[in-house]
Design a protein around this ligand. Sequence first.
Ligand code: NAD
Length: 482
Amino acid sequence: MRKTKNWEYSPAPESTDHIKLKKQYDLFINGEFVPGVEGRYFDTINPSNEEKIAEVAEAGKADIDKAVSSARKAYNKTWSKMLPKERGKYVFRIARLLQERSREFSVIESMDGGKPIRESRDVDVPLSSAHFFYYAGWADKLEYAFPGRVAKPLGVAGQIIPWNFPLLMAAWKLAPALATGNTVVLKPAETTPLTAMKLAEVIQEADLPPGVVNIVNGGGTTGQALVNHRDIDKIAFTGSTEVGKYIMKAVAGSGKKYTLELGGKAANIIFEDAAIDQAIEGIVNAIFFNQGHVCCAGSRLYVQEGIADEVILKLQGRMDTLIVGDPLDKNTDIGAINSKMQLDKIKMYVDLGKDEGGTIYQSSCSLPKKGYWFAPTIFKDVSQSNRIVQEEIFGPVLAIQTFRTVDEVITKANNSPYGLSGGVWTDKGSKIFKVTQDIRAGVIWANTFNKFDPGSPFGGYKESGVGSEGGIEGLMGYVELV
Ligand code: NAD
């Protein structure tokens, strides 16, 4: 029987009075905001109410030329010549300014991207400044990161990021590049440009030499122009496996270095000896956190047979209590889907799951009328070969299967083109060691999920990527060791 919750929290929306947003944002090139050469602008909207927030300049080929040449000039004349400890001070300053303006950044991130304020406030923004702090510390200590070697910067890095963690992905890209002496042209995703434009203001305020960081907006065509620019030394990309493959082909033979952080389809494994209530919270966190817009989301659940009924029943009960709604409300668990395009993709996969014979259960929550929303959804009675088990949906949709033995679940978990992350829930350390060693994934959490730290590397096997970000490993993508 479906039980719906019989209580409600009073609304607790975060105020927007304190934020400063312009109606129009230009490109950030050579330390200044400048209009695009072709004068084109596109709208960025709030996915929770479909209202326009601002318009943003779209960069064409000529703008990319300007941005790359300003980055090259800054690299040759200033940034690569600067004492590492001086560079570190600039990166440190960005971290401090971001921290000081964290409330404003959190609200804008939630407005532009649709994620709950609890997440942008407690995860995205603090982790972003933590990344800048962490890599600021490495700037003058590279000889300790790479003992016996000299770490030289690569030159100009083109960096392309997705919409699911807009500010955090910008921080993952910029912090190690700057700390190691590279200059940058960054392209945010077209649906979430605003926190990157606010970051440009922070970069101005931090007095970074002009041209060290350039930020250009636009979609795939703008990204392509950056990837194919002849004077780029390195491409750092986070996004879909499809575009990652395009980039690999485009840079082949060009001498450009590249790192790719791509898609995922993580296995989250619950053994019979796990603390079940804790695991339920872990499942919710793994797949419904950030509307499932998480590359490392635990979107394949494997439950050991003896506890499957209990876990699924408890999970369904918990799903019915999740609050879906206004991203700016502090009680909200699940915000808006980032765009109409992404919502259509999720719906397509849910229809496919039904066609493939899966049994669907959706949360009984009510969804707002305007905006892009999707209720937390699970599928039972699916099998390994189903497309909803194999392909990345990137929404709050979980495919559940059962297993009997450790070896069986390892085989199932590895039966995926991806290898980004995973989770294991058990009381036994021996099982944790076995599973984490045998599953081919970049990160596997034990009795927790979706935990990040700037000091830990993050990267994927197989079609989930090339190279790592975070930690000492994150420095390696931006240096040549001699
Ligand atoms: P996407 O690949 O469509 O777009 C990512 C970025 O690439 C955007 O800025 C986009 O404008 C740009 N782009 C699109 N086509 C391009 C082209 N031909 N050349 C150059 N740039 C191009 O991905 P998305 O839908 O924005 O993001 C979701 C994907 O990102 C998911 O697959 C998710 O798993 C992945 N992701 C991975 C990580 C990770 O660390 N591995 C982190 C976050 C997101």
